[in-house]
Design a protein around this ligand. Structure first.
Ligand code: AMP
Ligand code: MG
Length: 409
């Protein structure tokens, strides 16, 4: 059986970045740029006013004051979005709006607050420095400049800047399509009333949401009965539909656990089955004709934790991200954790993490059974008691994965 680190390495080794594709800007949030984005134009494209006021020659009003205003003749109104019609000559100016193109001949804008009067003449009450309140063409981005680099994640700011320079389609790394297959005769749709012995399928929802949260595309497949044939059909559909297949349940050693046997029969190559961890021991991983298949255990907490620790970084790697892992911190584990001697498993504990002064303190969310989904709801981090650890005394140090913060390594 593999250690947690070995299992993660085996998965990441086989998760390769997908090819690039072209997307509209509005469909590119969170994607990784597949090539440098270079501006073909200046931004702003023309020099324009940063204030509502009057465009003029700074030298004309060098001596202006409230006691001794300088009168400037207003030649025209220059609203934003219109071409410039006049040229500013000594003693003249243009009434200008924020964002409107600067008229030729003017080198500064006097804000309306520093003037008096209206109509065809204006009294300037203060001097202005050349260039004041003028945004020069290209002062934000110069034509030919790289505005975002290959490998960079597109955030709202990058999308806005790309739009501003007219890059409405971008080449980004494709995001994986992930088929999610839940198995179990006991499962019914969440919207249905379970019959005797039945429970609702929680995991299809948590898993698809986890896929979506990474920025990949989930394809929930119809729930699968615990028969060899049903599992075979479902896996075939999953292979057709997706880059990555996440199966849920049916990977233990029970008589109704068909996923392993079927995958083997279909020619999948098992990379591993079983990880020295709790929860999630029966997790499995196959390569199957160009698809990655992650077999997650059915217990609702196990499957979410395995997704978080293994599937999420793998999907991120496929999406071209450089940062694959959540922040790791050392924290004081208030409750401590007793480990039996000879227990070589890594334990992932659901905890609530909070800052206390300069240190991070984590508290268990309570019962840690792998079916206790409510404790997942209360948690904001996973404390990791490693395989080598002999346990943690109350208040002792433990590593913590901050599962609600963006990846930083
Ligand atoms: P399995 O891994 O299939 O043996 O399932 C382990 C436990 O998780 C059993 O108690 C199942 O009833 C439960 N379980 C499996 N799949 C789901 C699911 N999709 N939603 C909720 N519970 C599940
Ligand atoms: Mg099952």
């Amino acid at each position: 059986m593999l250690s947690v680190n070995e299992a993660l390495a085996a998965i990441l080794e086989r998760a390769n970045p997908l090819p690039a594709e072209e997307r509209d800007l509005d469909e590119a949030l969170g994607r990784v740029l597949a090539e440098d984005a270079v501006a073909r134009e200046n931004l702003p494209p023309f020099s324009n006013s940063a204030m509502d006021g009057f465009a003029m020659r700074a030298s004309d009003v060098a001596g202006a004051s409230a006691h001794d205003p300088v009168e400037i003749r207003v030649l025209a109104d220059q609203p934003a979005g219109s071409p410039v019609s006049v040229r500013v000559r000594p003693g003249t100016g243009v009434r200008i709006m924020t964002g409107a193109q600067m008229p030729a001949g003017a080198d500064a804008v006097v804000p309306v607050e520093h003037t008096a009067g209206s109509g065809s003449a204006v009294q300037v009450l203060r001097p202005v420095r050349p260039g004041s309140h003028v945004r020069e063409a290209g002062e934000d981005v110069r034509a030919g400049e790289r505005v975002a680099a290959r490998g960079q994640v597109l955030r709202p700011a990058e999308l806005g800047l790309l739009a501003a320079i007219g890059s409405v389609r971008v080449r980004v790394v494709r995001a994986p399509v992930v088929a999610v297959v839940t198995t179990g005769d006991e499962l019914v749709e969440a919207g249905h009333m379970p019959g005797p012995g039945q429970i609702r399928d929680a995991n299809i929802h948590s898993l698809c949401a986890q896929v979506r949260a990474v920025g990949a595309t989930p394809v929930p497949l119809p729930r699968v009965r615990d028969t060899h044939e049903a599992v075979r059909v479902a896996l075939g559909q999953a292979w057709d539909a997706a880059d990555v297949i996440v199966t849920n349940g049916g990977v233990s050693v029970g008589e109704w656990d068909h996923v392993r046997a079927v995958l083997e029969e279909l020619g999948a190559r098992q990379v591993f089955w079983g990880v020295r961890q709790k929860p999630g021991r029966p997790m499995a991983f196959w390569e199957w004709n160009g698809r990655l298949v992650l077999g997650l255990p059915g217990n609702p907490v196990s499957c979410m934790v395995c997704f978080e620790e293994y599937v999420r970084p793998a999907l991120r790697k496929m999406m071209g991200h450089r940062l694959l892992h959540r922040p790791v911190r050392t924290a004081a584990l208030v409750d401590g954790f007793a480990k039996e001697s000879g227990d070589l498993r890594t334990h992932f504990l659901r905890v609530v993490a909070r800052e206390e002064g300069s240190r991070l303190v984590v508290t268990s969310t309570g019962p840690q059974g792998s079916g206790v989904l409510s404790s997942m709801v209360r948690a904001n981090a996973l404390a990791v008691v490693t395989g080598e650890s002999q346990g943690v005394l109350p208040g002792g140090d433990v590593l913590v994965h901050l599962t609600e913060l963006p990846e930083d390594r």
